[in-house]
Design a protein around this ligand. Structure first.
Ligand code: WTA
Length: 637
């Protein structure tokens, strides 16, 4: 990369990192403008060409069906299964013997690798087992696991037989798990005895047992052995995975179900502006085309690459870019069980060196966390295999961007800052490797997309003005609805700005057309890139006997991006104390998961509310930051 335009590219405003001649020469796509123009002129033609690079049992009749907006459909009439393109199609090529997945345990003592051939075998076995348990097309299966290869098998096994997976992040705890199992009415839960987190065991099976006390829909639980802890197994309901694998039913091929392009692939719960987390629905056809195409263009995935998406499969980033996108592209993916800092802050750099990782995709919070430990740790390792870096989940501050660029990428590797959401399924605002970069900006919308910044009334604002980010065109990997709640889908995303998708983010666009994401405008808090809702934290707090009312807000945090701060009104008979504050923090961690542990608990006599009784978190936030409280005309006396 260079800091000057090389004559072929336009000069841009501000601090710009231009791609070097070498990067441009290597890039699959050298002329970004030409592809953008093609997609602008013919959106359906662009996506049809992308879809044609994959295999269909039967081609679609229509690329985009917008006859019932905002319930868009893609590739209608097409017959497909995402697993056919993730695995089956590679078995007829040289990729059969190529590594699909490389895995290393947290402690570095175990290494497991799977070729496409082996991945196919494992997915068939898991699919045979879940089918034998009576799981059928359309049934929901909850997957609650750590970062191990079996979570990938489980997701693909569901997809293969047309069942709908609902992965719950293994860092969530009993309330979050129970709510999601209940809402999805899952028949089957796939879990593990426990998973490792920074050297400690997370007791996943025990949490499942606790949750299932209140989930009557669940008939069977499959338990993968990982840590070897003794866990209670309920006869008739709980089955060790290794016992099932030894049964004759596990053997042999399980046919890949021929599905409709619009058949659901998975649901994934995410926090919205209000109330309970909602289940975002993604489909086989459109999601497949979107994740395939975005990974291909943005990270320029090639056969020689070793791709590492360091997210967790429990979040959308893991769904789209650990599991589906890389396999659709026939790539080799690396999956690491642990985190970046355990036991030392060189754990990731050891892995990059050991496996020759060429592309690393992670979140700003990890970069900031690693930055604190200085350059000596990465400098101990040979990182010369890297050729591209990526960032996702929250805005990356320019200091972190520059550290990542200089210390990890050695000023050679462009950083793909990809803005997207659980709902979008795929990258939406993102560079490609040959695009000039500005630290902190995701540059421009992906091909076929137009984004806009609007004011409260929905009118476009001027360049460099902050406003609400909306998307103007449909895209194939878009969410189709909220599972079981189509009205909420319409209200949440399509009613504020008719005809446009409301993202829930605020942003600016500069005079070069580059977008700068500022943050959420709703009650979503991004803690270390994890998406949490104020409502969930509040309901965990009020489930404690001492708490009458509670409010949660997100405030800037040096490493996590945002931290959770809470305000609590106690019931009669309870007195504020540091011990009680600590107990309440722990209570939230126990019920929701350690990631949701509040930074602090402040005891208050009253909470600012509207006359209709809604907590005005905006006012709490302004007060906490010492800022003006804004319009408080609706504040109750
Ligand atoms: C934020 C994660 C700035 C944003 C894939 C969005 C980002 C929310 C970026 C979605 C980025 C994601 N720059 N902000 N590159 N990527 N966000 O559903 O606020 O967990 O609305 O999806 O994360 O979070 P979600």
């Amino acid at each position: 990369m260079a800091t000057k335009a090389n004559g072929k590219v336009k000069e841009l405003e501000g601090e710009v990192y231009y791609p070097s001649e070498e990067v441009v020469a290597q890039a699959r796509l050298q002329d970004w403008e030409a592809v953008a123009e093609k997609a602008r002129k013919d959106l359906e033609g662009f996506w049809a060409d992308e879809a044609n690079e994959l295999e269909w049992f039967k081609k679609w009749d229509k690329v985009l069906d917008d006859s019932n907006k905002p319930f868009f459909k893609w590739f209608t009439g097409g017959r497909v299964n995402i697993v056919h393109n993730c695995i089956d199609r590679h078995l007829n090529s040289y990729r059969k013997n190529k590594l699909a997945l490389i895995w290393e345990s947290e402690d570095g003592k175990l290494e497991r690798t799977f070729s496409y051939h082996a991945l196919n075998r494992e997915v068939n076995r898991m699919a045979n087992i879940i089918k034998a348990m009576g799981v059928m097309k359309g049934d929901r299966v909850t997957i609650y696991m750590g970062r191990v290869p079996e979570i990938v098998f489980a997701m693909l096994a569901c997809a293969k037989i047309g069942a709908v997976h609902s992965v719950v992040f293994g860092g969530f705890s009993v309330d979050s798990l129970q709510g999601r199992i209940e809402d999805s009415e899952s028949k089957l839960v796939i879990t593990m005895d426990g998973s490792y987190n920074n050297g400690k065991v997370v007791e996943l099976k025990r949490t499942v047992d606790e949750a299932l006390k209140r989930c009557p829909s669940v008939e069977n639980v499959i338990v993968v052995k990982r840590v070897g802890h003794d866990v209670p197994m309920e006869a008739g309901r709980d089955h060790w995975y290794h016992d099932m694998l030894a049964l004759p039913i596990a053997n042999g091929k399980c046919p890949t179900e021929v599905l409709d392009a619009e058949d659901p692939l998975y649901i994934l719960y995410t926090s919205g502006s209000t109330g309970k987390p909602k289940a975002i629905v993604h489909t086989h056809g459109g999601y497949m085309v979107g994740t395939y195409s975005t990974l291909k263009y943005v990270f320029d995935i090639n056969d020689e690459d070793r791709w590492w998406c360091a997210a967790d499969p429990g979040w959308v980033t893991g769904h789209s870019y650990i599991v589906y996108g890389p396999l659709l592209n026939g790539a080799t993916s690396f999956m690491f069980e642990g985190g970046p800092m355990f036991p030392y802050p060189n754990r990731w750099w050891q892995c990059v060196e050991k496996y020759g990782i060429t592309i690393l995709y992670t979140a700003p919070t990890a970069i900031r966390g690693l930055m604190r430990f200085g350059e000596a740790w990465p400098n101990k390792h040979d990182l010369s295999s890297l050729r591209l870096l990526g960032s996702v989940g929250e805005p990356i501050n320019p200091e972190a961007w520059k550290w990542y660029y200089r210390v990890i990428g050695k000023e050679r590797c462009p950083i793909m800052d990809t803005w997207w959401q659980t709902e979008t399924g795929m990258f939406m605002i993102t560079p490609t490797p040959s695009v000039p970069l500005k630290p902190g900006s995701g540059t421009r919308p992906f091909f076929g997309q137009e984004a806009e910044i609007v004011d409260e009334q929905g009118n476009p604002v001027a360049d460099d003005q902050e406003g609400y980010l909306v998307l103007k065109n449909p895209w194939p990997a878009m969410l189709r609805t909220i599972y079981g709640d189509p009205d909420r889908y319409v209200n949440q995303y399509w009613s504020k700005n008719p005809g446009k998708y409301t993202t829930g983010d605020s942003a600016k666009r500069d005079s070069d057309g580059y977008f700068w994401i500022i943050g959420r405008v709703d009650d979503v808090i991004k803690v270390s890139g994890h998406r949490l809702g104020t409502a969930e934290v509040e309901s965990a707090l009020v489930s404690h006997p001492a708490v009458a009312e509670a409010a949660a807000i997100g405030l800037h945090h040096e490493v996590k991006g945002q931290g959770i701060h809470t305000f609590v009104l106690l019931r009669n008979g309870f007195a504020p104390s540091p011990e009680l504050a600590e107990e309440l923090r722990q209570h939230v961690a126990t019920h929701m998961g350690p990631i949701a542990r509040p930074e602090d608990v402040k005891f208050v006599d009253k909470l600012p509310k509207t006359r209709s009784g809604k907590i005005m978190r905006r006012v709490l936030k302004a007060r906490a930051q010492g800022l003006p409280e804004g319009d408080i005309s609706t504040l109750e006396e």
